[in-house]
Design a protein around this ligand. Structure first.
Ligand SMILES: [Zn+2]
Ligand SMILES: [Zn+2]
Length: 241
């Protein structure tokens, strides 16, 4: 488990080792998928209906999901409405910002301010710090058209809280490379599925030792707390769709 004072640990598939109580949920560990898109605000996730998330979370033993649409923050009242169907678990709101240096998942923002697509990573960090939000470097190994200034880990501005080391876009050797980035940056390692279809929700997740009650607590846990990247038997060859 990563703690701010200690060395980050590699991600492992720990689901099978966690203690399960009679309800089928972990009594001491909280599983949160930190990176999920839905069709509500991500056109590329047209098959993922957010109304299905409570059922899928229950089926897969997830206590939390963070909805991270591309460059859109859900209105707080819409997230509150989704949470009405949940009992003891939680859907949080975050955002995945398409910076000119890559994609960053940010959790704990109340407003996007000037964080439009193409913004430099440095500006994301400034706004996140001012709002107490946590910043995760998503799928650091990917290169894509919008990323005009790819960052090497040595060029990343100080203040990244964690690197996403396992997701449906980051598996196998890519995970190893992402872990190396995290070690270079001396920051945390998280898992999030980057799901664009329901089948992928919970394929990767992050384990916390206490359940955050809201986005601010989740951001604080990512900045200061203890957590561990994990996955549900994820391998590059197992991914379809
Ligand atoms: Zn992305
Ligand atoms: Zn994504």
């Amino acid at each position: 488990m990563h703690c701010r004072e200690g060395a980050p640990t590699p991600s492992v598939d720990i689901r099978k080792r966690s203690f399960m109580n009679m309800n089928g949920t972990s009594s001491a560990q909280w599983h949160v998928d930190l990176h999920v898109h839905t069709r509500r605000y991500s056109p590329c996730a047209e098959l993922l209906d957010p109304a299905q998330l409570p059922r899928v979370m229950a089926e897969r033993g997830l206590q939390g999901v963070v909805i991270t649409e591309h460059d859109v923050l859900w209105p707080a009242e819409e997230i509150a409405a989704l949470n009405r169907d949940l009992n003891g678990s939680r859907i949080f709101r975050g955002v995945e910002i398409s910076s000119c240096n890559g994609h960053f998942v940010v959790i704990g923002l109340e407003a996007l301010e000037d964080l439009q697509p193409g913004v430099p990573a440095k500006r994301i960090l400034q706004v996140a710090r001012a709002q107490g939000a946590a910043v995760i470097w998503a799928h650091p190994q990917l290169e894509y058209r919008q990323m005009v200034e790819p960052l090497k880990s040595c060029d990343i501005p100080n203040g990244i809280d964690a690197v996403e080391v396992v997701s449906t876009a980051t598996c196998g050797e890519q995970s190893e490379a992402a872990r190396a980035y995290a070690r270079d940056l001396a920051c945390g390692m998280v898992g999030g599925s980057d799901a664009h279809i329901l089948d992928h929700v919970g394929k990767a997740y992050t384990v916390f030792d206490r359940m955050p009650k809201n986005e601010n607590e989740l951001a604080a846990a990512l900045i200061d707390g203890c957590y561990q990247a994990a996955h549900n038997g994820l391998s590059c060859s197992s991914l379809t769709g």
